[in-house]
Ligand binder design. Structure first.
Ligand code: GLP
Length: 240
């Protein structure tokens, strides 16, 4: 793992943008694995600004998102489908048919998403990090061999995400559909961003802890090309 520590969120986002832009410029038909949450917002803002100012094109880019809540309409303001359209796709020239997000609550829906990905090789997979070490929605305890599957969200995750649902945990969906860790590990390159003190324990477990399902992100220790971008607060518990 290559670990880069920046002073703050803005600098971390800019650093992540440089990595992403290099992939898109070097391979105009690249396949991007994308993430939701607060973390990638700064990166997405940079991508949109760069597209508008410098004309970096996404016309031939294909995207696959990590995850989506179960039981939430795609047009719900907090669905990841809405999030991606609002915060990224509407600001780029990416054709709608090149965009993929998982959706559904059944094994067939999971298998269909894996099947859709079969003909593509993800060039770069963007990840945030859950406060409990999850990646996508792979909660602690998830086998590293899982592909796209339905998960029950843990209380910590639902609490962390309640801020998007009027701070009411009862409004946060209980389940999600997510790429599995085995799906994520197939990407050529992984770019993980984590910022803020709330992520410091998970960052330490991911980088310095044992490779163990208690920290799903620790699976990345086995990936050949991982760039981890942190701010000082998220890096504050690292000892090495
Ligand atoms: C969410 C998402 C993850 C995300 C993580 C961190 O629940 N499923 O893909 O990386 O939790 O979220 P945030 O960036 O808002 O801290």
């Amino acid at each position: 793992m290559k670990v880069i520590v920046k002073d703050n969120y803005e600098e971390a986002s800019l650093e992540a943008f440089k990595v992403m832009k290099e992939v898109v410029v070097n391979k105009p038909n690249a396949v991007l694995g994308l993430a939701t949450g607060s973390t990638p917002l700064g990166l997405y803002k940079n991508m949109i600004e760069d597209h508008k100012e410098n004309g970096t094109s996404y016309k031939n880019i294909t995207t696959f998102n990590l995850d989506e809540y179960v039981g939430i309409d795609r047009n719900h303001p907090e669905s990841y489908y809405t999030f991606m359209n609002k915060n990224l796709f509407s600001g780029l020239d990416i054709p709608a048919e090149n965009v993929h997000l998982p959706y559904g609550d059944k094994k067939e829906d999971c298998d269909a998403y894996e099947k859709a990905m079969e003909n593509y090789q993800v060039d770069i997979q963007l990840l945030g990090l859950g406060g409990n070490g999850h990646i996508g929605f792979n909660e602690p305890g998830t086998s590293f061999d899982e592909t796209t599957h339905i998960v029950e969200l843990q209380e910590r995750t639902r609490k962390d995400n309640a801020r998007f649902f009027e701070n009411d945990i009862n409004q946060v969906p209980t389940h999600a559909i997510t790429m599995g860790i085995a799906t994520i590990m197939k990407a050529n390159k992984v770019l993980l961003i984590a910022t803020g003190e709330n992520k410091a324990d998970a960052v330490k477990a991911m980088i310095e802890g044992p490779k163990d399902t208690s920290c799903p992100a620790s699976a990345l220790q086995d990936h050949k090309d991982v760039i981890v971008i942190l701010d000082k607060a998220a890096a504050s518990k690292l000892t090495k």
